[in-house]
Design a protein around this ligand. Sequence first.
Ligand code: FAD
Ligand code: DHB
Length: 394
Amino acid sequence: MQTQVGIIGAGPAGLMLSHLLHLQGIESIILETKSQAQVESRIRAGVLEQGTVDLLKSTGIGERMMKEGFVHEGIVIQFNGKRHRLNFKELTGGKEIMVYSQHEVVKDLLEARLNAGGKVLFEVKDVSLHQIETNSPVIRFMHEGELQELHCDFIAGCDGFHGPSRQAIPVTIRQEKQEIYPFGWLGILAKTPPANNELIYATHERGFALLSTRTPEIQRYYLQVDPNDSISDWSDERIWEELQLRVETNDGWKLEEGPIIQKSIVSMRSFVCETMQYGRLFLAGDAAHIVPPTGAKGLNLAIGDVQVLAEGLKQFYRNASDRLLGDYSEICLKRIWKAQRFSKLMTELLHRNKEHSPFEYSIQLADLDYITSSRAAAESLAENYVGLPVQFPK
Ligand code: FAD
Ligand code: DHB
């Protein structure tokens, strides 16, 4: 089997890359370990930055998102039982965010690829990367019981945090930097009407809570929990009780409850792999970096990476120039580190850290007060939340 770009992973990064390459007339094949149904039903992120929305629209993927997604002009930050609205549209000179599930983006991208005759091999096994230092790298894998080889010009490692691509870069060349947080997020989907017309990020003595949405009938709520908790520690009753305590306001607002249809716990880390390229292998998305979810950046960073990679590959095939490809890691990392900074800041701003002293907690509350009362501070949060631009060198 042969193609120009062999893509490992059919998450947002791999699918978007394949779509962008197709629009430039560059061929790719995607290899994915999971089934199509599994890929299309994985519940994850929900917030799309303005730049992600613009890219989906300008490349013909935005139709359903524009119908079914929710445009939000701001968010609400709650502490000491009071709510404070940050109006992003006004603070950023017109920028907004879109609430539209990651798995819906994945469905839309996959449909576009398959309709255009794109090749995606699902349920592959034992994926390994070879000859990445040469101009003809190879991906070996098992598919339908047979050992297969995909020969290509480039490999895009879009296989998430646990995939094999990052490990293919020699340890002497890659440097991994990370921080683990003493927090976990319990996420639920509940059948109940929206709590509010914008997301509510709530800090409370008992821990952080986040009220987000999916559809007019289904809501997405999160609770800060101990990362070592197991989901069986959290009965539906306990989840509602804890959510009510953390999001109640001084004027007696109550959250409407309903049946919980899905629940899971994720741990939180910040992680960056430097470099993101080696020979003919390029890493994109979670394969190269992880952010804690508080800043809603993970999916958006993945889309930013593949925008740069697709442009670099276009310049390679169209102009025989490898200049942009050569700078891929450097260009991406500039934006990634700023998103890392913002995600860590939002995480520390909003979570309750049991190891912190009363002094540190008072500073945290002063930070919240500052952000919700100073225009300069609110502008900075808004600018980062709606997303910093992908910057190509001049
Ligand atoms: P993924 O979406 O992880 O896609 C990688 C793909 O590669 C997967 O389909 C996987 O099956 C496949 N793969 C793995 N190994 C192999 C292999 N050996 N061979 C072939 N294919 C392989 N971000 C937010 O902003 N907000 C959130 O609320 C949020 N919640 C999250 C919840 C969870 C449980 C997780 C894991 C992540 C969450 N994120 C969130 C992060 C966000 O979803 C990711 O940043 C985003 O999925 C990155 O896209 P990706 O394409 O790089 O990686
Ligand atoms: C959602 C996830 C986030 O990480 C976040 O910061 C806001 C919203 C969501 O899943 O809707």
